[in-house]
Write a protein that binds this ligand. Structure first.
Ligand code: AP5
Length: 216
């Protein structure tokens, strides 16, 4: 049966880090809406260029655009075994649209994990984050260049202090209600994301396996 995971949590919670690892280990498709948008911006895709202004202000991209992107990805053959969503859904409208897509697909449970980290730690992580200016990979804080391609490290365009505070505000207003939308489901789980990454990974694996079994 397909395993479908949603990695929820505020900016800097470690959704991307854990989604990438989990998807690789379980051979699932990782769908990161932030990465998809950043790739499309690099390719000068018109829709994404319009989205960039919103992203750089810390605002959300409109629901119709995001739902269309995810709906298209989920029709691809490599999504058949299951997927890990990172950064979607971010509004209740997106969550409702995803439920409709899942109903049409009729595949596997939807496991929702909320990665919880205190706000001061989120601000600290995002202020210190550097990414590769060439391939976009998250870099080790101490690294001099990208471990993957040797590219120069830069700050992500939306990681400046003012924009981070706006992203956290938008998360509280628009995305927190999505947790309430899911909270009563038997496959909803919460993980302490303020631990070292390998501890978060261990807890996540246990929680996701437990949620999957509990549902069967
Ligand atoms: P997106 O790229 O999704 O950004 P985000 O949600 O703000 O998340 P981040 O990538 O900043 O953080 P993360 O939780 O993935 O943490 P990470 O693993 O990178 O979205 C960007 C923008 O695109 C949005 O603002 C919006 O405009 C638009 N967008 C995207 N999806 C959308 C949607 N569905 N609807 C509308 N608009 C949308 O880790 C962060 C840092 O912490 C890294 O340096 C990492 O190394 C470090 N770290 C990770 N885990 C740990 C740990 N356990 N301990 C210490 N450090 C850690």
């Amino acid at each position: 049966m397909a395993l479908n995971v949603i990695m929820m949590g505020p900016p800097g919670a470690g959704k991307g880090t854990q989604a990438g690892r989990f998807a690789k280990e379980r051979a699932l498709l990782k769908i990161s809406t932030g990465d998809i948008l950043r790739e499309a911006i690099k390719e000068k895709n018109q829709v994404a260029l319009e989205a960039k202004a919103r992203m750089d202000r810390g605002e959300l991209v409109d629901d119709d655009t995001m739902i269309a992107i995810v709906a298209e990805r989920l029709t691809r053959p490599d999504a058949a075994r299951g997927f890990v969503l990172d950064g979607f859904p971010r509004t209740v409208a997106q969550a409702r649209a995803l439920d409709e897509i899942m109903e049409r697909r009729g595949s596997g449970p939807l496991v929702i994990v909320d990665v919880v980290v205190p706000e001061q730690e989120l601000i600290r992580r995002l202020a210190g984050r550097r990414i590769c200016g060439v391939c976009g990979t998250n870099a080790d804080v101490a690294a001099a260049s990208c471990a993957k391609c040797g590219g120069t490290l830069v700050q992500r365009s939306d990681d400046g202090q003012k924009i981070v505070l706006e992203r956290l505000r938008v998360y509280q207003n628009a995305t927190k209600p999505v947790l309430d939308y899911y909270r009563e489901r038997p496959t909803f789980r919460v993980v302490n994301g303020a631990q070292p990454p390998d501890r978060v990974a261990r807890d996540l694996d246990t929680l996701i396996d437990d949620a999957t079994t509990a549902r069967l």
